[in-house]
Write a protein that binds this ligand. Structure first.
Ligand code: APR
Length: 245
């Protein structure tokens, strides 16, 4: 198996998806027993679904909060913490995961592209998103203390844009890496490559002359765009993949 050299010349951008949390017991979205197998996506993860039935949406996210609070980071999360410690500011972790397990494992340089399960914001006023681990009872729809309108989970739903500041942070890091004179490396793990803009990062990195790695249990929709592809569980592959030099 190829090994990933992380030395003083290396700039590493990592993208993770639901597969990295699978070994912690968090269900993935697609494929067998994925979340979207049992849930009508548009009813629970879209602005339209929230307008139609906010109580159903809060039920869904409260259940996910409860489940995510009961699990722990796995060796895949921990390997990324070790890589970050080794590379410092030449490391950035962009995650599609909203479970907060990277931060709980100790990752610091993290962009939560799709939001965070344990944050809530107002669906109406400019009140900033706030920490909220509440598991709301069935039928409950919390209201904003500031404007009285409905609160919503701080999650990027289908049909919604990512926070431009998050995209900017990933692009700024990629530009610094690509113009550093060092080696720009991109590694994606545990993602099906089905959702953009995350699934398009591999093309941006290749255009900038970076090296690309994929660690995934099954073939991803964008697998053929990666130079190095490793089939396996991230909790087993990531701890031994990198040579820290
Ligand atoms: N190790 C590595 N890969 C794994 C593991 C594992 N232990 N278990 C599953 N996988 C792989 C699967 O083969 C699949 O390709 O992880 C991938 C998970 O894919 P999805 O369920 O589609 O999750 P993800 O790519 O993160 O979804 C992207 O879609 O539903 C939206 O906003 C949601 O962030 C999510 C986005």
């Amino acid at each position: 198996m190829d090994s990933l050299i992380l030395d003083s010349n290396t700039w590493l951008l990592v993208l993770t998806g639901a597969g990295v949390s699978a070994e912690s017991g968090v269900p993935t979205f697609r494929g067998m027993s994925g979340l979207w197998e049992d849930q009508p996506v548009e009813a629970v993860a879209s602005p339209e679904g929230f307008r139609k039935d906010p109580a159903l949406v809060w039920r869904f996210y409260s259940e996910r909060r409860k489940a995510a609070a009961a699990v722990h980071p796995n060796p895949g999360h921990e390997a990324l913490v070790a890589w970050e410690r080794h590379l410092g500011d030449r490391f950035l972790l962009a995650t599609q995961n909203v479970d907060g397990l990277h931060t709980r494992a100790g990752s610091q340089r993290v962009v939560e592209m799709h939001g965070n399960l344990f944050k809530t914001r107002c669906s109406h006023c400019e009140r900033p998103p706030f920490e909220d681990a509440t598991v709301y009872p069935a039928g409950a729809v919390p209201e904003c203390d500031a404007c009285g309108k409905l609160l919503r989970p701080h999650i990027v739903w289908f049909g919604e844009y990512l926070d431009p500041a998050d995209i900017q942070r990933i692009e700024d890091f990629s530009l610094r890496a690509a113009t550093s004179g060092g080696r720009f490396v991109f590694l994606a793990a545990g993602t099906s490559g089905a959702v953009y803009p995350a699934a398009g990062i591999v093309d941006q990195v290749r255009k900038a002359g970076g090296k690309t790695w994929l660690v995934n249990l099954d073939p991803a929709e964008n697998s053929n765009r990666f130079e190095h592809r490793i089939v396996g569980k991230s909790g087993e592959v990531l701890p031994t993949l990198a040579k820290l030099a």
